[in-house]
Ligand binder design. Structure first.
Ligand SMILES: [Mg+2]
Length: 280
């Protein structure tokens, strides 16, 4: 473990009341649970501490993630999960509740927006008073949608996006083009950047958690395997950040790069062992 402030930092770790947890690379890898993840959650429950999983993936529903976690032996309630679609809805409710939207997303993305009271338009119509184009990780993307989105943006309609990731890593070194790549397409065609990109590392994620789960910022920590989304969220939100080395980033990246976590652990199991030691 890397200690930035020696004993004071350890004290900080012990005081954490709510852990925000990245999923892939932190608690599981593909369909394989990472050693210590189930025990970590059990420890938090036993200690009366809270947790919330975070995903930037807006292509699937929250229910699909809850099913996946349950299948891996991590049953969670809806309050224990935030998707970037949740953050987008939180942001839209702040700036324009009931807004009229053109979605570039999957049917799950569309359904969550409809459930939250937004009006959706599915094709280009110059006579419609559209408020925003909203871009998610659209695995059902086609040229017609991109064309319509670009026409609206070129006509001056602002657009929002669910997260900045360029690629979604799959198993065996395969990458799927993600929301960030779709943003780049719209930007290349129109010359316009999104008004807001809401998922990790945008502090809106932590704002939503505080608002929804009634937790205090002082006692929050973000645990994840990616420096530029997970650890950056910790830094942008001024909460404790904990890097685990079971996913993308290495210790060398963390030491030599621009984004420095407060703590580095080999895995969630090592973090659990440190917390157990602190309890003794
Ligand atoms: Mg990850």
């Amino acid at each position: 473990m890397l200690r930035k402030e020696t004993d004071m930092s350890n004290h900080k770790l012990e005081k954490i009341q709510c852990f925000l947890l990245d999923m892939d690379g932190t608690v599981y890898l593909g369909n394989q649970l990472i050693d210590g993840a189930a025990e970590f959650l059990q420890f938090l429950k036993n200690q009366g501490k809270e947790f919330c999983f975070l995903t930037n993936n807006s292509s699937k529903s929250a229910a699909a993630y809850m099913r996946k976690l349950a299948n891996l032996g991590l049953p969670v309630e809806r309050k224990n999960l935030i998707t970037s679609t949740d953050v987008l809805i939180h942001y839209l409710n702040k700036i324009k509740p009931g807004a009229c939207l053109f979605p570039v997303g999957t049917r799950y993305f569309e359904q969550e927006l409809i459930k939250s009271g937004f009006d959706l338009i599915y094709e280009f119509d110059a006579s419609v008073d559209l408020d925003y184009v909203v871009v998610g990780f659209d695995t059902s993307l086609n040229y017609e949608k991109l064309f319509a989105a670009c026409r609206y943006v070129r006509d001056g309609v602002p657009y929002l996006a669910s997260h900045p990731d360029f690629n979604c890593p799959l198993e065996n070194g395969i990458y799927m083009p993600d929301c960030g790549a779709i943003i780049e397409f719209i930007k290349a065609s129109t010359g316009v950047a999104p008004q807001e990109v809401v998922g990790k590392p945008n502090p809106l994620v932590v704002e939503l958690l505080m608002h929804r789960n009634k937790v205090e910022k002082n006692n929050l920590a973000m645990v994840g395997d990616r420096l530029y989304t997970d650890i950056a969220l910790g830094l942008e939100s001024s909460i404790t950040s904990i890097l685990v080395l079971t996913g993308e980033s290495t210790r060398k990246d963390a030491v030599e790069g621009d984004v420095h976590p407060d703590f580095i652990f080999g895995s969630i199991k090592d973090l659990l062992e440190e917390l157990q030691k602190l309890r003794q």
